[in-house]
Design a protein around this ligand. Structure first.
Ligand code: AHM
Ligand code: MG
Length: 329
């Protein structure tokens, strides 16, 4: 094997060694998320085969009840994190309340938030989907549940997995962003995108323009300006799967927006499970994320499932958005 090949496990261990006081709790959590990602990836990749293979009705070959993939992914995340004993509180986009943890986990030093399968309405049509996660250090507090409602800037790690033409694991611990591609033949994530930096500006804008008539004036003016930009020709790309739209823009530059509209006054995406983890990634890659007025990572969450208008990507387009909102409302 080429000695330059770096697996995710080795990368995480080398990162851990840089912190002599680290106990490995955090590395264990991250490893388990990567493990869940491999299992979810396997299930996502055979999504279309389930009926063909005859495991119809409600049972699969292992006698387990067949579930919708997003519920499967949700359960998988919980089942890998709980036994670590290191996570004192968890919350998921799929579950209304905080997720109960085992008794032995109550002393865990971390809390974890996740969207187990974002964009899952796209599964049926073979479009890329993803898992998003964020890890916080436990607050010095008896009630670990409070650790779930921390500002995004307190994240110690966040990232996402994209199940696309290949499966990739992208994450940051606040010190650069690295991407690992799953090599299915060895079952390992291998470092493929080292120290990802988002271009300062791009040529892509991603927004669901069917909401145009419901937008405030500032967003309409912004999109009009982008379409007729004096310096470059922009192109529109909207997959409708946040992880996929975000991942493309992270690598190529540009902006993703799900702003407020009269139907969804706080936009559609969730602060805890989608906006914060991706904002932490984008900032660590040199980009920015705003709700139009505030840096996403500075917003104090008040409830587990609150939504937030989100504009995220290259610095130039994100800052321009805030300027247009300020000027036109
Ligand atoms: P989900 O978390 O229920 O999958 O919804 C979030 C998804 C995002 O992936 C995507 O960007 C957005 O919804 C698309 O919304 P719309 O259908 O309004 O364009
Ligand atoms: Mg989602």
């Amino acid at each position: 094997m080429d000695s330059s090949i770096m697996s995710l496990s080795r990368f995480m261990l080398e990162e851990q060694r840089k912190h002599p006081l680290a106990h490995g709790d955090f590395t264990l959590i991250l490893e388990q998320i990567a493990f869940a990602a491999k299992i979810i990836s396997r299930e996502v990749n055979k999504a279309g085969l389930v009926n063909i293979l005859g495991s119809a009705k409600t049972h699969n070959v292992h006698g387990e009840t067949q579930q919708k993939l997003d519920l499967f992914a949700n359960e998988r995340m919980i089942r890998v994190l709980n036994p670590t004993g290191k996570v004192c509180a968890m919350a998921s986009e799929e579950i209304d309340d905080a997720i109960p943890v085992d008794d032995k986990s109550l002393e865990g030093k971390y809390s974890v938030v996740f969207d187990p399968l974002d964009g899952s309405s796209n599964i049926d049509v073979n479009v890329s989907i993803g898992t998003i996660f964020g890890i916080y250090r436990r607050l010095d507090d008896n009630n670990c549940l409070h650790s779930l409602l921390q500002k995004g800037k307190e994240l110690v790690c966040s990232g996402y997995v994209i199940y696309g033409s290949s499966t990739m694991f992208v994450y940051t611990t606040g010190n650069g962003v690295n991407g690992f591609t799953l090599d299915p033949s060895v079952g390992e994530f291998l470092l493929s995108h080292k120290n990802i930096k988002i271009p300062e500006y791009g040529k892509i804008y991603s927004i669901n323009e069917s909401n145009y008539d419901r937008w405030p004036e500032g967003i309409k003016e912004y999109v009009k300006f982008i379409r007729n930009h004096p310096d470059r020709q922009y192109t529109a790309r909207w997959i409708g799967s946040f992880v996929a739209d975000f991942h493309r823009n992270l690598l190529k530059g540009g902006v993703f927006s799900y702003p407020e509209n009269t139907k969804n006054p706080q936009g559609k995406l969730r602060l805890l499970y989608e906006a914060n983890p991706m904002a932490f990634v984008v900032e660590n890659a040199g980009g920015a994320a705003t709700d139009g007025k505030h840096r996403i990572l500075d917003i104090q969450p008040t409830s587990l499932h609150e939504r937030v208008p989100l504009v995220i990507g290259s610095k130039y387009e994100v800052e321009l958005y805030a300027e247009f909102r300020e000027k036109y409302g």
